[in-house]
Write a protein that binds this ligand. Structure first.
Ligand code: UD1
Ligand code: CA
Length: 480
């Protein structure tokens, strides 16, 4: 039939996974950003860089960089250090510049290295950390707007916490301007009792920042260069520093441990699930539904509990996903029924297909309209053309299965001789009897019929019957 194996990996639509309720507002090309992501993050107890840890399939740092990109900033410089190469490689196709901080001598040192990398034309820069995935773009925009409106040299985003813990404390003067920021470990008991804390997110006049960075000294408990000391440096110069108290407590939630990672992931997961439900997808139990950040799902699709939808997966409209379905990097059409326990990876599935229960579509499976892949059927690098059926207990690897072919229970394509893989072609309308072994390379002609239990080693011409098994004999039972 002149058809070959799927030209996979399946073509994927690059999806727009922005939250649908994102307010599209004016871009901010006049604002630059510095993202701090060089720290070692000892408390993660990980060989991998903290900012590469995934949250619903997307690295932590990607949330921050995507938020900045949505804001349309003029330039973003990311400071890397610990695992610098791995971080840079992962974000190679992001429109950001990297600077390497080695060794890491503190947040002030990190910004000292990043600031000269910014284009001279910028007057204002926002500084934030790479470990705050929940930070909302609107919070940055508001910080920037307040900063410009107040004319301050620096504006610090702050929150009030009932238990301010190890965060830096905000010390204000009688006029309410920020005097300085004191790290908890360097604070007096009176300062420690202050509940307004430094989120680690700031807006600076760039010229002031560059100048003030030169004045930093490591005269603190950690012997580091603290970015927070830039605030006091402003006041020494009689420049005003503003503090913007936000109510958005989630926005700055930094991740330092895997406990915090899980807590933030739960929030992100809920946001993703809410977005899908509001867009017309039924999630029977959102608490036990795991949909990664980039997944797209059409309206009226119903997802039962304990499904995992991962990577660049797209699912069409009015599909049914029974419990325990796991799909990664795959494209599913409309009105597809995926029964319990089915696993699909790097594959494409057309409209009105039925899969499972317990089907396994391995990479490069290409299941066309109305085809059926039933229980305990495994496919790999295989096309099932429209209306083809493999309903029970079958392995199809490196196979092209023509339209309306019926593959009987227990059929196996013997595609591997221990060294090489070979193709099986079953032309349209053929019928493969149960428990047959098709030893590849082999072609079953259109409309041909293979008798049950056959081991087929030679091509079967169209419209012919092939039987390849020992003939049944009937014998008397010898009496003892
Ligand atoms: C910092 C602030 C603190 C604030 C808190 C908010 C300072 C001195 N303190 O404290 O006031 O309440 O954030 O979360 O800034 N990093 C580098 N290079 C370095 C050191 C750190 O890139 O040399 C990065 C880290 O990867 C991290 C961020 O900067 O993403 C913050 O560093 P961290 O050491 O966690 O600062 P905190 O002690 O949390
Ligand atoms: Ca921190």
């Amino acid at each position: 039939m002149g058809d070959s194996l799927p030209s996979c990996p399946p073509e994927q639509t690059r999806t727009n996974y922005l939250l649908q309720d994102t307010i599209m507002t004016e871009p901010l090309p006049e604002l630059a950003a510095i993202v701090l992501a060089a720290g070692k993050s000892t408390r993660m107890k990980s060989a991998a860089a903290k900012v590469l840890h995934p949250i619903m399939g997307k690295p932590m740092l990607a949330y921050v960089l995507d938020t900045l990109q949505e804001l349309g900033l003029g330039e973003t410089v990311v400071v890397v250090g610990h695992q610098a190469e791995a971080v840079q490689a992962r974000f190679a196709n992001y429109p950001v510049a990297f600077v390497v901080q080695e060794p890491q001598l503190g947040t002030g040192h990190a910004v000292q290295i990043a600031a000269p990398a910014l284009n001279e034309r910028f007057q204002t820069v926002v500084v934030l950390c790479g470990d705050v995935p929940l930070l909302r773009g609107e919070t940055i925009r508001q910080l920037y707007q307040e900063h410009v409106a107040s004319g301050a040299a620096a504006t610090v985003l702050t929150v009030e916490l009932p238990e301010p813990g190890s965060y830096g404390r905000i010390i204000r003067d009688a006029q309410g301007l920020v005097l300085k920021i004191v790290e908890a470990r360097d604070a007096s008991p009176a300062e420690l009792s202050i509940r307004e804390i430094n989120t680690g997110i700031y807006c600076f006049q760039l010229a002031f920042l560059k100048e003030a960075l030169q004045t930093l000294r490591p005269d603190n408990d950690q012997g580091e260069l603290y970015l927070t000391d830039v605030i006091a440096a402003a006041r020494v110069r009689h420049l005003p520093v503003a503090g913007l108290l936000t109510t958005d407590q989630a926005s700055f939630q930094g991740i330092n441990t895997r406990v915090e990672l899980a807590a933030v992931a739960a929030q992100v997961r809920q946001q993703i699930n809410d977005r899908h439900m509001l867009a017309g997808v039924t999630l029977i139990d959102p608490q036990t539904t795991y949909i990664e950040a980039e997944v797209v799902i059409g309206a009226d699709t119903v997802v039962f509990p304990n499904c995992y939808l991962q990577g660049r997966t797209t699912i069409g409209e009015a599909c049914l996903l029974e419990p325990n379905v796991k799909i990664s990097d795959s494209r599913i059409g409309n009105r597809v029924t995926i029964k319990m326990g089915t696993v699909i990876s790097e594959s494409q599935v057309a409209d009105e297909v039925q899969l499972g229960p317990y089907a396994h579509l391995r990479p490069w499976s290409d299941i066309r309209d109305r085809a059926k892949v039933g229980n305990f059927v495994e496919t790999k690098k295989t096309v099932l053309h429209a209306g083809a059926k493999a309903n029970h207990l079958t392995y199809l690897g490196d196979a092209v299965v023509g339209a309306n072919v019926n593959v009987g229970a227990g059929t196996i394509t013997c595609n591997y001789d221990g060294r090489h893989k070979y193709q099986t072609t079953i032309e349209p309308g053929a019928f493969i009897g149960s428990n047959s072994a098709l030893v590849a390379p082999v072609t079953i002609g259109a409309g041909a019929y293979v008798g049950a239990g056959s081991v087929i080693t030679e091509d079967v011409p169209p419209e012919k019957l092939a039987i390849a098994r020992g003939r049944q004999v009937i014998k008397d039972i010898r009496k003892k």
